[in-house]
Design a protein around this ligand. Structure first.
Ligand SMILES: [Zn+2]
Length: 155
């Protein structure tokens, strides 16, 4: 019995628990955000593709990576808009609906993998001029979009 189209089956969940580290699992499946400035790939500038750690889908290219100063790797776009889904995220607002009514800009946009539904991060509208977008992706060793292969040709 599935409550939404992207929920994973019990078997898939057990497989993910075995395959992913506890932190990877919590980030991708429960949308926790890792602490800023902790990812080993934060300052990595080699050419390559950043893939979904759950299903392997190629999401970001190093060509769109830039230094935003936010403490997490940032990209100004995805390889293809079909690769991700955008969802309104009000989890940080909690039950403070008055705050939401007064400041609609507090609503964040969550980015998830279109193929498997894994949480990837958030997107903001304060990116560089080329796209105006800032995809902020939690990324510490072996968490979201951790798979990184220098051998692959970049787009
Ligand atoms: Zn995925």
């Amino acid at each position: 019995m599935q409550t939404d189209k992207q929920s994973v089956s019990k078997e898939e969940r057990e497989e993910l628990v075995k395959r992913l580290t506890p932190l990877q699992y919590r980030v991708t499946q429960h949308k926790i955000t890792e602490r800023p400035f902790t990812g080993e790939y934060l300052k990595l500038n080699d050419n390559g593709l950043y893939c979904c750690v759950v299903c392997g889908e190629e999401i970001f290219s190093s060509e769109s990576k830039y230094e935003s100063g936010c403490g997490w790797p940032a990209f100004d776009g995805v390889i293809n808009n079909d690769k991700v889904k955008h969802n309104i995220d009000l989890s940080h607002v909690g039950s403070n609906l008055l705050l939401l009514a007064l400041r609609s800009d507090v609503a964040r946009t969550e980015v998830s993998c279109a193929r498997c539904g894994a949480h990837l991060g958030h997107v903001f509208d304060d990116g560089p001029k080329t796209t105006g977008k800032r995809y902020c992706v939690p990324r510490r060793p072996k968490t979201v979009a951790q798979k990184y292969d220098k051998q692959r040709p970049h787009l």
